[in-house]
Write a protein that binds this ligand. Structure first.
Ligand code: SAM
Length: 311
């Protein structure tokens, strides 16, 4: 199955640029790669594995010539400035939401005030196995902003890896602040600890090596329920609901619990993807929608984060 778009109104270099954008868009929205070619009048895109059924993509070459594919209204523009999407549900009108392209994301990253020590940690981690696990600089900045805005003193992180998000939090915490950092992998924790030391924040971080559930349960047993202001969940995805329940006990009313990877590379929205991790994230997102114990805001930053405020 392939997608063909007419581009009679485009200049040759625009068509080539559009071809690249389409291949990227298809790859991003469906988690697989697509090969595209440009002919005189059309761009042909052939995904290597077409997993799109009920909700498919439409693509617009310019704002005036829009191509709806299989009757749905999710639109990607190949304008030279930006891509955008429109909700498939017509009740949202024609509200256009900007969609990140590599160029636009580079722009976002250029507008992140990343502390030098975080940049060093990110660069050291970049060559390591699992480097894609660390939160993005824009996510880390948002986490730090939430902690600062909340005036948080007591924080918990579940899933430290080499410490990028925990260091961002520790850096913004007041001197009297404390971050309980839960991680089961000693090797990656060693790197995190090295950077806490280099950044002069070791005294703010209480590292807990071991299974996060055990660490959280020990905090509860220690009588610390309701005493934390902020928590960030970024560990084993099938355990997210368990972490959330424990953290809901540990966080005070008005405190925040932020959950990472709620969009799971877009797989949560693809009914044909039903692996255990995707199902568990999808189920968790659905439950959270109904959970009256928290106010929620799902934010499409990084791989998607949901911010929950305990009521
Ligand atoms: C996505 S990474 C965390 C990335 C980190 N927040 C950052 O920004 O660099 C997930 C981490 O959770 C850890 N992890 C997974 N399951 C865990 C568990 N049951 N208990 C503690 N840590 C766990 C993994 O070892 C891994 O380092």
């Amino acid at each position: 199955m392939s997608l063909m778009l007419h581009h009679v109104s485009m200049l040759p270099h625009e068509a080539v640029s559009c071809k690249l954008r389409l291949a990227g868009a298809l790859a991003r929205s469906h988690s697989f790669s697509a090969s595209c070619s440009v002919t005189n009048r059309a761009i042909h895109c052939t995904p290597k594995r077409w997993s799109c059924s009920g909700s498919c993509i439409g693509v617009s070459i310019s704002s005036s010539s829009r191509c709806n594919y299989q009757g749905k209204r999710l639109v990607r523009s190949c304008s030279t400035t930006s891509d955008f999407v429109i909700a498939g549900d017509g009740s949202y009108g024609n509200k256009q939401v900007v969609s990140l392209t590599p160029r636009l994301y580079d722009y976002v990253l250029k507008n992140v005030r990343e502390p030098e020590i975080l940049r060093q940690l990110r660069e050291e981690t970049a060559s390591m196995r699992g480097s894609q696990m660390q939160v993005s600089p824009d996510q880390a900045q948002l986490l730090a902003m939430l902690v600062q805005t909340l005036g948080a003193e007591r924080c918990i992180e579940v899933g430290v890896y080499t410490g990028y998000s925990s260091l961002a939090i520790a850096l913004i915490l007041q001197e009297s602040g404390r971050l309980v950092a839960c991680e089961r992998d000693a090797k990656s924790l060693d790197i995190a600890k090295k950077y806490y030391h280099l950044a002069g924040v070791s005294h703010k971080v209480d590292v807990r090596l071991g299974l996060a559930v055990d660490s959280l349960e020990s905090l509860i047993l220690n009588g610390e329920s309701g005493s934390y202001d902020f928590a960030f969940i970024d560990a084993e995805k099938r355990m997210t609901e368990k972490y959330f329940e424990l953290l809901l006990q540990l966080v005070r009313v008005g405190g925040l619990i932020v959950i990472d990877n709620v969009l799971w590379h877009g797989k949560v929205a693809d009914p044909l993807v039903n692996d255990p991790k995707t199902i568990s994230i999808r189920n968790f997102n659905r439950k959270l929608m109904e959970d009256k114990r928290v106010s929620i805001s799902m934010v499409s930053i990084g791989d998607g984060m949901t911010i929950c405020r305990k009521r």
